[in-house]
Design a binder for this molecule. Structure first.
Ligand SMILES: [Zn+2]
Length: 326
């Protein structure tokens, strides 16, 4: 398992390590909030990455499946709107708070994602068996009972699971595709590596709604999953490409945070730009990595959820990718 996946799992297992606005720590009774958007598209807030779905004339198309334990609740929420079959599920990337519910959808949904999402999901048991025993031991020694329980349960899962049992996407693509449902054209675009190397966004053309997956965070500091193929500079590149392709009056479902619009996209792009500038200037003026990480600060974003947990990691990614000191 990549640390990225671990990140999401940790937030699930150890709520005190995540922020409330990440929605990883809500109890089953209060997790869902359904928000109707334009053209038959809905945003569904739950626990983990935001879900989106579109109700077509014959079928429902869903974006992301959150966690396995609450996926039946996602289906209940969809049933409040329509009884049409849930035929399609797109995973925006491989993190468990976006793919964890796949086993619940697999019997009736075509599960689609970028090639790298499938690859990373299938590789996760070997990675757990390779990396987690040491982490388990460390948690044991430091008296971290929640961590110990989490690592032990993951190791148990990895020992038992057969690769063919993993509910990975079974239709994959490498750049983009379109799906035509009734009058709607759903475009799914793989973006340059940003959050991970398997990122996709979903654009509902007629409804003018974009589901950004974890390429887009609204008022929440992102996680840049470097070990999962992500990149701080890639975030800038990917956001620019997406912003060029969507109209001005777009509604945006971010991976984390509330539904937003073009202004929200711009604000998040501004954060990424400020982060890259901060790191590039420090590196260019000869500030060492550790010194930079100790002092780095962007006060304008301090009220963003997750600043305490993830800002320094964002800085590390940006610093490592900045051009070398001449
Ligand atoms: Zn993610």
């Amino acid at each position: 398992m990549r640390p990225c996946l671990l990140f999401a799992l940790l937030l699930l297992a150890l709520p005190d390590r995540g922020s409330a606005d990440d929605h990883h720590d809500r109890s089953p009774s209060d997790i869902f909030k359904l928000a109707p958007l334009a053209g038959g598209v809905y945003a569904l807030y739950g626990r983990g990455g935001n879900v989106g779905f579109f109700v077509g004339p014959d079928a429902v198309f869903v974006v992301d499946s959150q966690f396995e334990d609450i996926a039946p609740g996602i289906l209940d929420q969809i049933r409040k709107v329509t009884d049409r079959p849930v035929k399609y599920l797109v995973n925006t990337h491989h993190h468990v708070d976006h793919v964890g519910g796949n086993p619940v959808f697999r019997p009736f949904s075509l599960i689609i994602a970028h090639d790298n999402v499938r690859k990373r999901m299938l590789a996760s048991p070997q990675e757990i068996l390779r990396d987690f025993p040491a982490k388990l031991e460390k948690a044991h020694q430091s008296g971290d009972a929640a961590g110990e329980k989490f690592y032990a349960s993951q190791i148990e899962w990895a020992k038992k699971i057969k690769v063919e049992e993993i509910a990975a996407p079974f239709l994959t693509f490498d750049s983009e595709f379109r799906l035509y449902l009734g009058g709607e054209t759903i475009q799914v675009w793989h973006t340059p590596p940003a959050h991970t190397d398997g990122d996709s966004v979903v654009y509902f053309e007629k409804a003018r709604v974009l589901h950004g997956g974890d390429l887009i965070w609204n008022h929440v500091i992102p996680f840049i999953d470097v070990e999962g193929g992500g990149s701080a500079r890639g975030y800038a590149l990917a956001l620019d490409k997406v912003m060029q392709r969507v109209p001005a009056d777009i509604q945006v479902i971010p991976g984390h945070g509330q539904v937003t619009d073009r202004e929200g996209l711009k604000a998040f792009r501004r954060y990424i730009g400020d982060l890259l500038d901060l790191a590039a200037k420090a590196k260019a003026s000869g500030v060492g990595r550790e010194d930079f990480l100790q002092r780095a600060d962007l006060p304008a974003y301090k009220d963003y959820a997750g600043y305490g947990e993830r800002f320094k990691d964002n800085c590390a990614a940006a610093y490592d990718e900045a051009p070398a000191h001449p």
